[in-house]
Design a binder for this molecule. Sequence first.
Ligand code: GLA
Length: 395
Amino acid sequence: MVENIPSLDEMILSATELFRNTYKDEPNIIVQAPGRVNLIGEHTDYNDGFVLPMALPLRTVIVGKPICGLEASMVSIASEAEDGKTLHTFNISKEALKPGSPKWANYVKGVLANYKGGPFPAFQAAIVNSVPIGGGLSSSASLEVATYMFLDAISKEKIKVSKVEKALACQKAEHDFAGMPCGIMDQFISLLAEENNALLIDCRDMTYSSVPFDDPSMVILITNSNVKHSLSGSEYPTRRRQCKEAATLLGKNSLRECTLDDVKNLSALGASEDHVKRARHGVSEIIRTEQAARLFAERKYEEVGKLMVESHNSLRDDYDVSCPELNRLVELAMEVEGVMGARMTGGGFGGCTVTMVKSSTVDKVIENIRKNYPLKPTFYICTPSQGASLIKAFV
Ligand code: GLA
């Protein structure tokens, strides 16, 4: 069975209901921001490389209302996620905005602290989310970006800020308030995605181009392994540091400027075996991603699929961020005819795989995984969705 993805209208209804029940009032602002799946280009964003994500029909919806009155400084947020309903209230003065508990509220607080659009009033809000938490599909970025969109709707001065700058502000929120030194991919795609298109993002200069993906004969299947290994948080900064150190040893700013021949010289320059492996993944993945985007546009899905599998193997063997569950899901997907490619997606150590498969055979893939994967996986069939949007504002 495939997960039923709630429609945007259903999510707006639940969020509005939650708002009414919590505050006995009606919201007058509605915003949404999607999660993402990365087709290829993993652990390349912080190496100034390319990524090729698409937005998902899984998203965060925020409804709310500004609180009038000059002295109002308390924000209340009701949230309904996988882990139940909570109401969190905090002060929005700059001095009071600090990371704390609950953890999910840190993403909101971080965005409030890093908002670039000018002063905004206190507010009441309700949040609902359909992106699985901790599944590697960017539930946190979708919350950050939805928060940014909400502040845009209530801000007083409406200072013009580009979407890329907004993405950077949300990334900083995650660095400062969640302690996660993430790259720019997740926030970028959540803000800039277009329906029926993946996005090739050049994380060095923040330019991007749409890569059409609207072929009805092909679908993207996301399989959530439903495991999350404890290494997921701690290993990320280590990988990031190792890549930077390898580039520095080669006299370069980032792995984007290095070639595979450079990587071969690393050992002679005194690099550890781990550094060589990390650099080999980073450099080869950047090359694969640019190639994949070109092949995608030409609808050469079999060739894209091969690159996806190479990407997975490189993440497994050189980058050491996969795990037995993800490897098994990729193997099981690849056993089925009609599958172009499959790989782990996101930071790794659990979370999801992404499979590109002919629409006519996607059921067989699901069946093969269900029969042979020892845990209980969750499936989503997705097409590229639109980026964050303001749905309604009557302030
Ligand atoms: C996490 C980070 C992203 C990116 C991926 C790996 O999702 O938030 O910036 O680095 O891992 O590609």
